[in-house]
Structure formats: structure tokens, C-alpha cells
Design a protein around this ligand. Structure first.
Ligand code: NDP
Length: 274
């Protein structure tokens, strides 16, 4: 249970706790944050073209002196770049900004209608076949988007990155992905910082002598979910990674599971307007 990595369906290892970079500004801010994260032991960084901080993420990776192969790096193709040729061009632009020659994971950021999903996926498959990316996946795909994709895909997505936290557990989607060997990754795992939203979490934090964020992240890990907490605060980076020296009991896992309200903080993928 205390494993730091999971193995994707294609055999690629992925650290179960990644470092989220949404809303961390390009330049000094993201360089400082990612540098601290790498120094504190994170080996999985999640960015996206739309976060507009890929240059700084790449810079911090180079400055760390760590082997590129020791870091799992994800970025995502933004909605304006969906389509086969557009996605291939967006990929080149992303790796150019990052200053790397391959990605560990490339994701379709949000689903659209069938034809656009299909053409975008075809580009990701091409990048995978060409060895430019070690794994490919999707983000914000509901079950109907995935089942549709599986009809035309020749390579199954290895990952689906979705909003996931105590108040939004996406149980049916999680089971579906599990059945298809698609790993679920959690975005906004800490409810965008509202870690005290549930008194039960605070109660468990007291019982285990851990912080509410650690209870939530430990629960993710025990559920087999890859999780991507974001923080610019080094003490929190350390805290969020320190969840491998305790286990939640079966009863307490159940208590956490019961907190689900299917309540989204972010948009519903079927209703996005961007
Ligand atoms: P999170 O749930 O990770 O919450 C981030 C907030 O929590 C920040 O305000 C941070 O504060 C605070 N925080 C972090 N650690 C702690 C702690 N230990 N105790 C108390 N507060 C804490 O939200 P995000 O929305 O950033 O999601 C995480 C990542 O998921 C993103 O950064 C991004 O990489 C990815 N993502 C993907 C999306 C997608 O569509 N695929 C959509 C949204 C996010 P501070 O920084 O001030 O310390």
C-alpha cells in the first residue's frame, strides 16, 4: 500500500503523488515552486499549455540537475488546438517551451464532440507510436466520452485526469476506468484549499495526528488514485508528500467514502463553454 509509484497499463511507472502547477505564474514563481518541489522529493510534475508556465517548469527541471528520466512530466493539449495537425503542432510548441525532447504523459485537456476527440486522439496515438511520449491519456472525460473513444482508439488511454476529492468521488467513473485499466488522476484533490470543508476530515486529522490535507491525500493513495496537490508553500509541499508513514483503517476509509456529495468545484465537462 505504501508504494510511491503505480504502473500504467503499458508498464510505465508513475509517482502516485504529483505536483500540480495550475495558477502558478510563469517565470520566477513557477521556477521557485517546481525547484522546491523537486528538492523536497516530488518526481512528477503536472502542467498544461493553458497554464502558460511550461517554460518555467522546464527551467526548474534543468536547474535541479536531476536526470530527465527520473522525472515524470505531464502536459496537455488545450481546447483551441484540438484536431490532428493542430495537436501535433501544439505538442511541438509545448516540448519546445518545456525544453525537453519527450513527455511522460500527454493528455487531451477537455473532451469535445466525437470527431474532434477522435482526431485529437489520433494525433496522440501517432506521438506515442513515434516515441515522443511515453504514455497518453485524457482529462475530464466522462464515461460516455471514454466509451465512445474506446470504439475508435487503437491505443487505450492510460490515464483519465478528473476532478476528484471527498465531495466529488465519481464512483461510477472510477469503477469504469478501473475495469478498462485506465488510471484515475485527481485534480483539485484538496478542494482548491478548502481542506476543512468536512468536519469528519478534521476529526480524522486529530485521531491520526496528521493534517486534513494528509488525511485526504492518504485516502486518495489507498483508493489507488494518482493525486496532484498544488501548493506554492514549501512546508505544504513537504506535508503533502508525507503520507506514506501511516494508513487509514478500513472503517476510516469507509467514513471518507461516505463524504461524497457528487459536488463539483470546477465545470461539468458536458457543459464547458471554453
Ligand atoms: P488543489 O486542490 O491542489 O488545491 C490547491 C490549493 O490548496 C492552493 O490554494 C494551496 O495553497 C492549498 N493547499 C495546498 N496544500 C495545502 C495544505 N497542505 N493545507 C492547506 N492548504 C493547502 O487545487 P488545484 O485546482 O490546483 O488542483 C491541483 C492540480 O490539478 C493543478 O495544479 C493542476 O496541475 C491540476 N488541474 C487539472 C485540471 C484539468 O482540467 N485537468 C483542472 C484543475 C487542476 P498555496 O498554494 O497558497 O499553498
Amino acid at each position: 500500500m505504501n508504494k510511491l509509484v503505480k504502473v500504467l497499463s503499458n508498464g510505465v511507472e508513475i509517482p502516485v503523488i504529483g505536483f500540480g502547477t495550475f495558477k502558478i505564474p510563469e517565470g520566477e514563481d513557477v521556477i521557485a515552486a517546481v525547484s522546491s518541489a523537486l528538492e523536497l522529493g516530488y518526481r512528477h510534475i503536472d502542467t498544461a499549455a493553458i497554464y502558460k508556465n511550461e517554460r518555467g517548469v522546464g527551467e526548474a527541471i534543468r536547474m535541479s540537475g536531476l536526470d530527465r528520466s527520473s522525472i515524470f512530466l505531464t502536459t496537455k493539449v488545450w481546447n483551441d488546438d484540438r484536431g490532428y495537425e493542430q495537436t501535433l503542432a501544439a505538442f511541438e510548441a509545448s516540448i519546445d517551451r518545456l525544453g525537453v525532447d519527450y513527455l511522460d504523459l500527454y493528455l487531451i485537456h477537455w473532451p469535445k464532440e466525437r470527431e474532434q476527440n477522435r482526431e485529437t486522439w489520433r494525433a496522440l496515438e501517432q506521438l506515442y507510436r513515434d516515441g515522443r511520449v511515453r504514455s497518453i491519456g485524457v482529462s475530464n472525460f466522462k464515461e460516455h466520452h471514454l466509451s465512445d473513444l474506446l470504439e475508435y482508439a487503437t491505443i487505450k488511454p492510460m490515464v483519465n485526469q478528473v476532478e476528484f476529492h471527498p465531495l466529488l468521488q465519481q464512483t461510477a467513473l472510477h469503477e469504469y476506468c478501473y475495469g478498462e485499466q485506465i488510471e484515475l488522476e485527481a485534480w483539485s484533490p484538496l478542494m482548491q484549499g478548502d481542506v476543512n470543508a468536512c468536519p469528519e476530515v478534521a476529526m480524522l486529522a486529530d485521531v491520526y495526528d496528521k493534517s486534513p490535507a494528509q488525511i485526504i491525500l492518504r485516502w486518495h493513495v489507498q483508493k489507488g488514485i494518482i493525486t496532484l496537490p498544488k501548493t506554492v508553500t514549501p512546508a505544504r509541499m513537504k506535508e503533502n508528500l508525507a503520507v506514506f508513514d501511516f494508513s487509514l483503517s478500513h472503517e476510516d476509509m469507509y467514513l471518507m467514502n461516505k463524504l461524497n456529495r457528487e459536488k463539483r468545484i470546477g465545470p461539468d465537462p458536458d457543459e464547458i463553454t471554453f
